[in-house]
Write a protein that binds this ligand. Structure first.
Ligand SMILES: Nc1ncnc2c1ncn2[C@@H]1O[C@H](COP(=O)(O)OP(=O)(O)OP(=O)(O)O)[C@@H](O)[C@H]1O
Ligand SMILES: [Mg+2]
Length: 372
């Protein structure tokens, strides 16, 4: 539904035909993959695994070191024994943009073909170097009486997509589709709840990674707004390391132990340097997320957002959910793609599953996108 069929043209090979698929999430801190099988009843998580990446192999959501990433993926495949080499891969970085655009209505195929002539003004890259796709939102008639189509336009740098494909192929896998990570997040998390009918209030799904934060506002499973922020939990760790003069690993564990205070007043009362560093960078992050939601809500076509669902490693920061709730005046819940999945023989006990659940939403959602 939300898959980037346009992007997949950059990939040789056929789409997954069976009802089994593997989603591959290449993040800053590691590569993760989920194998999903679909039969009767709920989708089954058949395999899940992750392997960490050396610092610098992926930066700001882009693969910098193809060899390192390929090697990590190879390790992941030999350690987890996925039953297929055909994968759908997510991308999310500053080389892909999603914009709401109103264009003259045309039948679907013609509309797709016309995109290249219509969208240059809306995207920050030359159209001939971009892979374009769209997700229809609604039809309407403009003031001049013209039939229009409002869409979420997706434009991805062809070089960036090709680089991602190259890393996956170098690992010996066959990428069958490249998808936008926020769309995968939507499929991974929106199913955890009754989806609501159109006309129902919207929900904001927020996946906080190490250096990328994906935001998708959806209504009844239909994406309304996407924002990719170039910030995440890694910024807080870096601030702690820099200001406190600590190595990254130590900064990471101190950050996790300390977290943010649930109430800003409590934070203000503590003048220790550690608190100040975490509070300053944490608050900047919260403000950025709030700003993105405000931007969406200021659009005339926006729908009321009723709650926030948080995922990703960075979303686990102590106090973050409470501070986001205060800043946005919305309830914030921690989401898990596992909650509605049947768990197959993944080889992970309940404790281990609970640990990986927050970082599994994207890979699960990528797999669901092609398996269904
Ligand atoms: N318990 C925790 N408390 C606070 N932060 C945590 C916790 N666990 C993980 N993190 C943070 O989560 C971040 C990594 O999240 P995640 O694994 O989702 O990112 P990624 O997918 O590898 O990166 P990205 O999506 O940005 O490319 C790190 O910044 C780490 O500090
Ligand atoms: Mg991530």
């Amino acid at each position: 539904m939300c898959s980037m069929s346009g992007m997949s043209k950059a990939v040789k090979g056929k789409h997954v035909t069976g009802r089994r698929a593997v989603g591959l999430d290449i993040g800053t801190s590691g590569v993760r993959a989920a194998e999903i099988s679909l039969g009767k009843g709920p989708a089954t998580l058949a395999r899940f695994g992750q392997v960490s990446l050396p610092v610098g192999a992926v930066r700001d959501g882009e693969i910098v070191d193809v060899a390192e990433v390929a090697s990590a993926i190879r390790h992941l495949w030999s350690a987890t024994k996925f039953r297929t080499k055909r994968v759908v891969v997510g991308v999310s970085n500053q080389k892909v943009v999603v914009r709401q655009v109103d264009l003259p209505w045309l039948p679907a195929e013609e509309f797709r073909k016309s995109l290249i002539y219509q969208v240059q003004d809306y995207i920050p890259m030359p159209v001939d170097q971009a892979i374009l796709d769209f997700h229809p939102l609604e039809e309407f008639v403009n003031e001049a009486g013209g039939r229009m189509l409002r869409v979420l336009l997706v434009a991805a740098s062809a070089d960036m997509v090709n680089n991602t494909v190259a890393a996956v192929q170098k690992a010996g896998l066959a990428p069958v589709m490249i998808d936008l990570t926020p769309f995968a997040l939507l499929r991974g998390l929106a199913q955890m709840d009754e989806l609501g009918l159109s006309g129902a209030p919207a929900e904001a799904l927020i996946d906080v990674g190490a250096s990328i934060t994906n935001i998708v506002v959806h209504q009844g499973g239909v994406p309304r707004f996407v924002r990719i922020l170039l910030m995440g939990g890694g910024d807080i760790t870096e601030a702690v390391a820099e200001r406190m003069g600590l190595p990254m690993e130590q900064a990471e564990s101190i950050k996790q132990q300390t977290g943010m205070r649930e109430k800003p007043a409590e934070a203000a009362a503590d003048s220790s340097q550690l608190t100040r560093v975490i509070e300053t960078s944490g608050a900047a992050f919260v403000e950025e997320v709030r700003g993105s939601l405000d931007y969406y809500l200021a659009q005339p076509s926006s729908v009321d957002v009723k709650r926030i669902v948080l995922s990703g490693g960075g979303g686990q920061l102590r106090g973050l959910a409470a501070r986001l709730a205060l800043a946005t005046r919305l309830p914030v819940e921690l989401g898990s793609a596992m909650s509605t999945l049947r768990i197959g023989k993944v080889g992970l006990d309940a404790t281990r599953l609970a640990l990986v659940a927050p970082v599994a939403s994207v890979s699960v959602g990528l797999a669901i996108g092609v398996a269904s």
